[in-house]
Design a protein around this ligand. Structure first.
Ligand SMILES: *Cc1c(COP(=O)(O)O)cnc(C)c1O
Length: 359
């Protein structure tokens, strides 16, 4: 009997999530904040770590950090919060708590982890195509999918990754009303968007709002959180592993979030640069750039040239993300994360060079 027969067939059919090697390259592929901390803040941070008892297990409930997160995110008092080792882990915890015949729905193109985790658990996943060109929700198709599949969970990234847009609020409210299952609004990019469903938690008993500190500027810590009704969060706590947020993350995240003005300034810079890059991409006749409420911009290259342009930009020392192989509406599409001004200039120059090479 081959060893592989020990594993579930859906696991055997999957491929692992691959992350590109960025060594030696300007990294504009993963929606990271390009800025580090000033020296004085680093020094204060290291002081908070000095007496961390690494011989002890972490606080299993991360009480202090949870309080800080509830306060800073204005999570209404009567709602509970679950922390995860990144919001990726929260997606996994939530899906692991479902019955094995449960169905999961999300618009496509969307965040790959919804599908990846659903498939690894053998759940029935359905991607519902967004409208072409605008990447807006196809509301009739979403409502039809809700009727047909009765999904236990619907994931809506707000703004959406990789398209960058905020879906229509009215459409989301309609989905919240019609869905009998849970609706997770994934606000990973909330620092860059002027819209949120956090204050709508009291209006819908099936609404969960998920966020992360990753895109804000703390991707290395691995910390995400989800807010919702206590009777939902209670079930998730049973599935999560006891010490999923390590001591260093708890202390560092509490410290960093207490220095919020620093992140607010960095976020401001990133949003300003987003406008600059968008306008410059728009000015290139060969490129179609899609409006973004996140810290990245999706753009379409001339037909059949995305791979060439991606490779040429990489040759010039800059790593972005090639989405063209995902086909469908992402055919010919590349995605660039907003970096520091000098990194963005380098990217735009590399893109222009690569377009000239095509002719
Ligand atoms: C990046 C991203 C996440 C994952 O964030 P982590 O907290 O780093 O795991 C979740 N959802 C969306 C839509 C993302 O783009």
């Amino acid at each position: 009997m081959p060893i592989s027969s020990l594993f579930r067939k859906e696991v055997l059919a999957m491929s692992a999530y691959k992350v590109a090697d960025a060594r030696g390259l300007i990294k504009l592929d993963a929606m990271e904040n390009p800025y580090n901390w000033p020296e004085d803040i680093k020094t204060s941070w290291l002081k908070t770590l000095k007496d961390c008892p690494l011989n002890r297990y972490p606080d299993p409930e991360a009480k202090q950090l949870t309080e800080t997160i509830k306060h800073l995110n204005r999570i209404p008092d009567q709602f509970d919060v679950l922390l995860g080792n990144g919001s990726d882990e929260i997606i996994q915890i939530l899906l692991m708590a479902l019955p094995s015949d449960a169905c999961v729905v999300a618009p496509t193109p969307g965040f790959v982890m919804y599908k990846q985790v659903s498939q690894s658990l053998g759940l029935d996943y359905h991607g519902i195509p967004l409208l072409t060109d605008t990447f807006e929700l196809d509301l009739p198709a979403m409502l039809a999918a809700i009727l047909q599949y009765q999904p236990s969970v619907i994931f809506l990234a707000y703004p959406n990754n990789p398209t960058g847009n905020l879906f229509s609020e009215a459409s989301i409210r309609e989905i919240l009303k019609v869905a009998k299952g849970l609706v997770v609004i994934d606000e990973a990019y909330s620092p860059f968007a002027d819209a949120s469903f956090m204050s709508s938690l009291p209006e819908h008993n099936n609404l969960l709002v998920m966020r992360t500190v990753s895109k804000l500027g703390l991707a290395g810590l691995r910390l995400g959180y989800i807010a919702g009704a206590p009777e939902i969060i209670e079930q998730l706590h049973k599935v999560r592993l006891p010490y999923n947020i390590n001591s260093l993350t708890q202390i560092s995240a509490h410290f960093a979030l207490s220095n919020k003005t620093l992140f607010d300034q960095q976020t401001q810079h990133i949003c300003t640069e987003r406008t600059v890059i968008f306008n410059q991409l728009q000015a290139l006749k060969a490129i179609t750039a899609y409006p973004s409420a996140a810290n990245f911009i999706l753009f379409k290259t001339p037909a059949n040239s995305a791979n060439k342009i991606f490779e040429s930009i990489k040759q010039q020392g800059i790593l972005i993300k090639n989405l063209s192989s995902q086909a469908g509406p992402l055919t010919d599409c590349l995605r660039v994360t907003i970096g520091k001004p000098e990194e963005n200039i380098a990217f735009l120059n590399a893109l222009k060079n690569s377009l000239n090479q095509l002719i």
